[in-house]
Design a protein around this ligand. Structure first.
Ligand code: 13P
Length: 281
């Protein structure tokens, strides 16, 4: 069914696993991600930036997620990723998104709390879940760059206060991962993750999942990560395959001859990730 982040992350907590949250950049990728989840028999979180949502159309995304959830009997959450603007969040909620992230991580703590609270108040009216971020994840996401010198790990005491004052459903933590890191591997601060997990009692989210080593994926899930975000790895997979196809095919072939091989790559990557997220040993 079409459902909320709160519900699937509660199940993930009970099963000691993480639910994969995959960024789509267009309409094409969506069914491939969902089919991978169907094959793996797990819920899936589809996430879009505000840019993707405006490009594809919020209602189109909602409709497809709803109809595929019904057709395939799979739990699907449609989540707005890294929204910094209240009006963008309202637009997504009004169109039927079941989950949103308010990203006030670049704001002073007080303003992050105020902005997040405002979003939670609106989202609650529609049973929409809210994720928020404390500390800063490095790297590039949707064109916004956070330099390494500006990266700040999440402070466990701030996290307790932040959750108490805002009432969010999930907390994105900064523990050393970077958005868009695919050429090298991330160095994770496991100790900080343990301290945060000990201090708070809501599901934790990891951003910048592409650069995380397989053994570290298992380690962070064992330490309480329940939503695992992957974006860049899908883009790189798609773009590499697309280059190969467009270079080798004639100009007048069906568009599907170029697009379907890319979708197969997406399905393969997502299946592999989900399999890892649910089998942590
Ligand atoms: P990557 O693109 O680094 O996998 O990160 C995805 C993400 O965290 C989206 O918010």
């Amino acid at each position: 069914m079409y459902t909320t982040l709160k519900k699937v992350l509660k199940e993930a907590e009970d099963l000691n696993m993480a639910i994969g949250a995959f960024n789509t950049h267009n309409l094409e990728m969506l069914p491939a991600i969902i089919k991978a989840a169907v094959n793996q028999r797990t819920p899936v979180i589809i996430q879009t930036s505000c840019g993707t949502a405006n490009y594809v159309g919020h209602k189109n995304l909602v409709s497809i997620c709803k109809s595929m959830a019904e057709e395939y009997g799979v739990d699907i959450v449609l989540h707005l990723d890294h929204a910094k603007d209240y009006d963008e969040i309202r637009k997504a909620i009004d169109a039927g998104y079941s989950s949103v992230m308010f990203d006030g991580s670049s704001l002073p703590l007080k303003d992050n709390i105020l902005g997040t609270k405002r979003v939670v108040e609106y989202a609650r009216k529609f049973d929409v879940s809210v994720e928020a971020e404390l500390g800063t994840v490095g790297g590039t996401e949707d064109g916004i760059v956070v330099e390494q010198k500006d990266v700040q790990y999440t402070d466990p005491e701030d996290a307790v206060e932040f959750i108490r004052q805002t009432g969010i459903d999930a907390l994105a933590v900064a523990i050393g991962t970077n958005h868009g890191q695919y050429k090298s591997k991330t160095k994770i601060n496991f100790k900080r993750l343990e301290e945060i997990k000990k201090a708070v009692d809501i599901p934790l989210v990891i951003h910048g999942g592409t650069g995380v080593k397989e053994e570290d994926v298992k380690k962070v899930i064992r330490r309480g990560i329940r939503k695992f975000n992957v974006g860049t790895e899908l883009l790189v997979g798609w773009n590499r395959k697309a280059k190969e196809c467009y270079d080798s095919h004639k100009e007048n072939v069906s568009n599907r001859d170029n697009v379907v091989p890319c979708l197969n790559v997406i399905e393969e990557i997502v299946e592999k990730k989900i399999n890892l997220f649910k089998n942590i040993g």
